[in-house]
Write a protein of this length. Sequence first.
Length: 250
Amino acid sequence: MRIQKKIENYWKDRASDYSEAIWKEMESFKKNAWINLIDQYRPAGKPLKVLDIGTGPGFFAMLLSLMGHQVTAIDCTENMIREAKHNTERVDVQVDFHVMDSHNLEFADETFDLILCRNLVWTLRAPMDAYREWHRVLKPKGRLLVFDGNWGLRLHDPEMQRQYEKDKKRAKELGIIDTHDKANMAESDAITKELFLSKVRRPQWDAAALVDCGYDKVFIETDISERVRSEEDKILYRSTPMFMMGAEKK
């Protein structure tokens, strides 16, 4: 659990930065872009019982609540949950928040119609364990939606590192602000390099893992950047496209 404590200590200090970032999203085209994307792949019916895992400052929690669903949201740090509660109060929605380890959910079997997360799975100490646990709390015909990228692979792939540095340089020349510049990147990279998913190519690994965990009907969009990223984001994160992967429980 040493790595888990390091992960929690790092992310708890990023809460205010991420809260500022999600309000920029809420006030841009991204709000409706994400709503439309989730609506395309979520299970049919309304309202759904939704679990937002790794909610951070509550972006998905706000969106899914505004879409009319019953939302439960978890994060591993108190600071993120505190920010998320404040943000959901600003838009006047009710969300059931918990500080919780995403590998060990404190919910009964077959509780949720939809589980989703964004930029979370890559940070997990044991992603296979988490996928099994999420399968347990999904209802039959419930769906899992994962939005993520190969964020740590550059630390094991010199060509990806070169492309990453090239993107950062171009973004800086164009005056594009990177919120990660506020982070302790040495600490972030040290943690990231240890993580299992920094060493494999995704979503290929995830697709096989989900089948092994008992999920059915796995589906993938390998690059959703055009749908949910701004022009600035496309420059800054050109070498790390965001993918969407989903699966349904039998």
